[in-house]
Write a protein of this length. Sequence first.
Length: 262
Amino acid sequence: MTDEPAENIGGGGADATFGAGDPETRAEAVVDALGDIYWQKAYGGREAVPCLVRTILSQNTSDTASQPAFDALMERYGEGDLAAALADADRETLADTIASAGLYNQKSRVIVDAAAEIVADFGGADAFDAFVREGAPADVRDRLLDIRGVGPKTADCVLLFAGGRGGVFPVDTHVHRIARRMGLAPPDADHEAVREALEATVPAAKCGFGHTAMIQFGRDHCTARAPACLDGPEACPLFDHCDRVGVDGGTVVDPDETADVA
């Protein structure tokens, strides 16, 4: 079993051991198999505003590019109430601070506007943190989605990593690809449909771990253009769990391209 890499956005969390027993669904079997390869953790406990900012910075870029931007942002603005500091931040200065994350002008606008909204509606970072931890999950998710620039994956990451909510399975590019390729969701499912399928078939306590481990599996084995299974069954540790939708011999296509094929 490998350690969770430090650059993974899901870093942190508490070590956990999920109960042994026969999985009730194929999706749970896949998550259990990932647990034999990678870490098993339960997530939660991160502060909500830094988690939101960190996830915004990660959009459309890698963790290795966004982590230095987050570190620089926290060094400049992290003392005191982060929401208040970012709400008052000069956007050009903030953009320069987070330049390594890419799309820094756009992200600086999103971060400043989100922080201003948090200050206006909640009074600051502490009250927002309490809302994320204690509010009804559906209400928290809806409120996060009302913030400009916050999409479903970002909202779900805040619910999971800050709120510590069970049953939340954020869907990024890796999860979207792998769930459809393996047959855990319909081949033409969008990100929200994949999330609904996984949250319905993976036990709540395993969803957060399933999210982070599936991302790492996508990096290590199930890449978009060259999944390990192209080298044979022995090259992929989850080969026996996978329908290999869109993988035919040496040809790899998005599973959606197979949806209308009889």
